[in-house]
Design a protein around this ligand. Structure first.
Ligand SMILES: [Mn+2]
Length: 325
């Protein structure tokens, strides 16, 4: 008599034996159960075959979930260039992303900070670094669309200028470096050598390749039914800032099923009803960014999110992962 064994049973058994180590029966004892009556293999043979099954289960599970994915989104935030983690961190996502979201605080803008300046990187130099970094990232990831969200650090430039200039001059000034890097282009002048270098706006650089680079100056961007947010407000309580964002968007846009929040440098998730909430962590080198006043006592977390959405833009949980670096 042969025992009927289901896919789910095999999957549980493989998991419990190889991963959780909660299965107490020996490999020999499992042999007939897994491979049929009379199939009494020795320990090493059963173990080898079970690792083969484990791999096959992974492939089947991945295929099941990814069959429904219409849009793959990679959201990266809080690089705080020049303190960013290296590009290679995201190497494995090359060619696997439809929409790249840069969810704010890509550039640190430390020269416009109200905090004491403990290092010097001029804003023009930092902008050239940021532009180069975004170009290298796009060339590596190869997305079809890039959304850039305004972070409070980019907004430091606007605040710095508004503290110093009259309204008549402000109207011709950028609010953030991204206005120049993405949409308008900028010159960097060398007054000593009487030269200047023109940096073409990224929106134009990628137009020919059919890649849209979208920067509207907003502190959020909606992709499908997920809203990517970089708020100005901050709470030290776990996910409190995200909860505030959910409450805000429930009043202004009810058509969403997920909020992904940058800015807090914390990593976590929560589900309430039909709404998924994520805080996506940060991508700055934490050993270099300890200069920040008021941040010293709060543990920061490196991370980002890779998300799958169906063709209606709904998040697919099985194809979404919050990555803890
Ligand atoms: Mn921020």
């Amino acid at each position: 008599m042969s025992v009927i064994i289901t896919y789910q049973e095999v999957k549980n058994l493989v998991e419990n034996k190889l991963i959780n180590k909660t299965e107490t029966r020996s490999y020999e004892e499992l042999s007939e159960y897994l491979f049929g009556e009379g199939q009494c293999f020795n320990e090493s043979e059963v173990r080898k075959r079970m690792y083969g099954m484990k791999r096959l289960i992974e492939i089947i599970e991945n295929n099941k979930a990814s069959a429904d994915v219409a849009t793959r989104i990679l959201s990266l935030s809080d690089f705080h260039i020049p303190f960013n983690l290296p590009l290679e961190t995201f190497e494995e996502y090359s060619g696997k992303v439809d929409v790249l979201v840069l969810n704010g605080d890509i550039e640190d803008c430390q020269s416009c900070s109200k905090f004491p300046k403990k290092y010097r990187v001029n804003i023009d130099e930092e902008m050239v670094m940021t532009r180069t970094f975004i170009i290298n990232l796009i060339n590596m990831i190869k997305p079809k669309t890039v959304y850039i969200v305004k972070g409070n650090h980019e907004y430091r430039l606007g605040r710095y200028l508004s503290d110093r200039l009259n309204e008549d001059l402000l109207s011709i000034m950028p609010e953030t470096p991204m206005d120049l890097i993405v949409n308008e282009g900028f010159n960097v002048r060398d007054y000593i050598n009487k030269t200047k270098i023109w940096y073409t706006p990224l929106a134009d650089v990628y137009k020919e390749q059919g890649i849209d680079i979208v920067y509207t100056g907003e502190w959020y961007a909606k992709v499908g039914k997920t809203i990517f947010v970089h708020p100005l407000t901050y709470s030290t309580a776990m996910l409190k800032t995200t909860e505030k964002a959910v409450n805000y968007f429930l009043r202004t846009d009810r058509d969403f099923d997920c909020i992904v929040l940058a800015h807090t440098h914390k990593l976590g998730s929560y589900i309430q009803g039909d709404i998924r909430m994520y805080e996506q962590g940060c991508l700055c080198d934490l050993s270099k960014i300890t200069y920040r006043d008021g941040y010293l006592t709060i543990p920061q977390q490196n991370g980002f999110i890779y998300m799958g959405q169906d063709k209606e833009g709904h998040i697919i949980d099985d194809c979404t992962k919050l990555v803890n670096l």
